[in-house]
Design a protein around this ligand. Sequence first.
Ligand code: ATP
Ligand code: MG
Length: 574
Amino acid sequence: MCPHFTKIMGNTMTTEETVSKPSNFIRDIIDEDLKSGKYTKIITRFPPEPNGYLHVGHAKSICLNYGIARDYNGEFHLRFDDTNPTKEEQEYIDSIKEDLKWLGCEWGEHEYYASNYFQQLYDWAVLMIEKGLAYVDDQTADEIRDTRGTLTEPGKNSPFRDRSIEENLDLFKRMKSGEFKNGEKVLRAKIDMASPNINMRDPVLYRILHEAHPRTGNAWCIYPMYDFTHGQSDAIEKITHSICTLEFQDHRPLYDWFIKVLPVPAEPHQYEFARLNLTYTVMSKRKLLRLVKDNKVNGWDDPRMPTISGMRRRGYPPEALHDFCERIGVAKANSTVDFSLLESSIRDNLNLHAPRFMGVIKPIKAVIENYPVGQHEYFDADNNPEDPNAGTRKVKFTREIYIDADDFMENPPKKYFRLSPGAEVRLKHAYYITCKEVIKDAQGNITELRCEYDPQSRGGSSPDGRRVKGTIQWVSAEDGVKAEIRLYDHLFTVENPDKVEDGKDFTDNINPDSLQVVTDAIVEPALAELEPGTTAQFIRLGYFCKDKDSKPDKPVFNRTISLKDGWAKTLAKS
Ligand code: ATP
Ligand code: MG
């Protein structure tokens, strides 16, 4: 059903046949339903509300729903639950579609909108009134809330609960025709104000909202509530397994009630699974919107955001997100997943697939005094030692090169294997060099290293078998390109940003150092030519994704991830 997805999965696994199907309790239920003949075709959906960009939690739901439809040769629907025109925008619809495509999910002709069902839902609401199962309530939102009762106390019946069917029909039609103002009236289901489940205490079905809708324009001024829409939309689309997160568990009796009292074409069953929570991040669209609106980040696709678009811009490969979703599995109890688990999926994938290049983030010039002025030569550098098919490229070597300031110490501790005065180091793909002299400016800052190379060590080994432990990367000063590098850290300083003292909120836990911009890094020219969106390894430094802000003479790279967890610590210690 989706060739692209198979191709994408094929990147991480050798052939389609070796793709192991994940097992989880929902798949067990589906296996049973197929065996018993309850269903012959499985239909799942991803039902986003277009009120924000998707985050990695949504990716979990997408992978689950899409993966099931794919593996059972079923059908996957993308349905926008667009019932609230005050918060929904076309921009969000477009971004959601782009994110799904990027994840490799194709929904084909199965793109649906709850707003397509507005007429049907309205007709069903009328039917409920006719059956004495719904009434128009004149109470204010506050009054309705205040009479709803609590977990231990029943609610109170509305004084309008026993209106006649005729009056209700008349009022509801007039609500629809725009006679009343926002909040003046609502339509409620007539169920049971004493139900132990608060969701069953005469929930609101329709509210008045004089607001244009992104898709239906001004056709409606009453809009169905999410709870009156979601289950029926599933039924209209004949979704077989309505999979959603645990917070909807208490809504299931209500959805089932609507399905029972209405002449719906199918009876989907809802199954709930645990939502994904990740350490060092928040995962609610409301909070993410706040970060965007308050300019705490640079838009929804800021590479520090847990949004799918942020992760794409950061350089996370879609296959790595699938791998992560498979690793975390599908559970019935909420928990928080360690961010490092996501990072290990990213690293595993990039290690196999990212091409290697050389770049220095803190350049210092090294002049190789015994290398003739004006001479240059090319070395063949492998593009990816993990992938023999990745080929090689030519790297230019010249008398003046840049190395990274972090690879030099004037007074090194013992067992320092990088460059220091009198010490010898291997330049990756090239020669051994020894530092002969350190040049400083008037303030004592190192401005240049004077070095010598061993012509015998061409290619990185010496005929006398001399041992050189350290290997460092370098870039020719002649054709190196200046680059901007954006180094990211967690957006929050604490594992659970939502845990705050009274009077504070999650934004108080924002990490002030989550973005560090380096404007004068130097990278090899091949990196400047990469397409934006490509993630490459800068050897010894980490993985970096070429950003869309790149200019032809000034590439910009986002650090996707360091090479190893705690790499910086290792460097500091050595
Ligand atoms: P949020 O609470 O982040 O705003 P939401 O539930 O309001 O998310 P929807 O657009 O309604 O967002 O979600 C679409 C689907 O994605 C729903 O089926 C929902 O259950 C699922 N989903 C949302 N957040 C997560 C999550 N963190 N983990 C797994 N699935 C999620
Ligand atoms: Mg929601």
